[in-house]
Design a binder for this molecule. Sequence first.
Ligand SMILES: C[S@@+](CC[C@H](N)C(=O)[O-])C[C@H]1O[C@@H](n2cnc3c(N)ncnc32)[C@H](O)[C@@H]1O
Length: 349
Amino acid sequence: MFPLDFPLQQLAAFTQATRVLDPFCGRGTTLYAARLAGLPSVGIDINPVAAAIAQAKLVRVTPGAVVRLATRILKEGEPDDIPDGDFWRWCFEADTLRELVILRNALMSLNSPTAAILRAVMLGILHGPQNKGLPSYLSNQMPRTYASKPAYAVRFWKQRGMEPVRVPALQVIERRAARLLAATPAAHGGRVYLGDSVQTLNRLRQHFDLVVTSPPYYGMRTYVQDQWLRSWFLGGPAEVIYGSDGQIARQPSQEAFIEALAEVWAATARRCHPESRLAIRFGTIPSARTDPERMLLASLEKAHAGWVVKDVRIAGTPSKRARQAEQFGKAGSAVDEIDVIAELADVPQ
Ligand SMILES: C[S@@+](CC[C@H](N)C(=O)[O-])C[C@H]1O[C@@H](n2cnc3c(N)ncnc32)[C@H](O)[C@@H]1O
């Protein structure tokens, strides 16, 4: 995720913006910044977990509405397709798993703003450490940020004799919704599309005048499989998926990656008004042995779409730059990041 400051600064510097686009929206930081600035926005991401979290950044509902929806689903829904096997028996207590499956089944076909928030709440409470006092997560002991692989997790729980405890889903939902929605700003519209950015942009009808985005960094692995349990909750299979599902970073060569980015910038230009602004944060890891500036500028040039580069900067605020320089000196493992600002000069081809 890039810090909220980056899209906020771009919005502050381009006050004529009326509609914002992020073709690699991740968890929706740009969309949230647009909302704070009072603007509608559209985000696209190929990762279902990222898209579901981003969608929740656009809507405004009350905690009461979320709890009412969850209560209704738990009362009326069906516990079809409860996954079976060692992992599931050790990860969730039987009644908790039943509730989880009922909520999963119902949410797969619900698209209201309240459902978007309930979905994001569920992704947040699905797994995490067991805390003292009232539980915050539905699973047996697990990291919060990524889901352990099943065989490893089962060994961990068995060796320690850690049986899963009953966690009533509704109680955790209620607490999380209250916290998440405590002070939400007014919503200003927009939408998140789950899919490939080029394909989705080609289908869109809207036009934008500010694009703030960050493609996957070159050389950085995307750990899609670490989110396997959250992917399952969103309708994916009940096992770890090792594919990369159209992730743009999984290209066979640097040239292919540049080519793929160029297609995104061209498709973006077709959806933008003349004189639109494009702000990109991009980076590579030092072991990728390449220059992010060269790669990004080459991709903009290859797009032949009318994007004229106005500025190239080292990413971040001066204090962050200093911190980065320090890290480089010490460990040599910091990510090399730049910000590129371009403007759409001509009517795009
Ligand atoms: C660096 S992250 C963006 C993070 C985002 N700025 C945030 O604050 O959360 C890049 C995103 O691009 C997405 N992505 C990769 N390939 C894509 C494609 N072909 N189409 C759409 N999104 C893609 C990844 O799933 C990932 O979420």
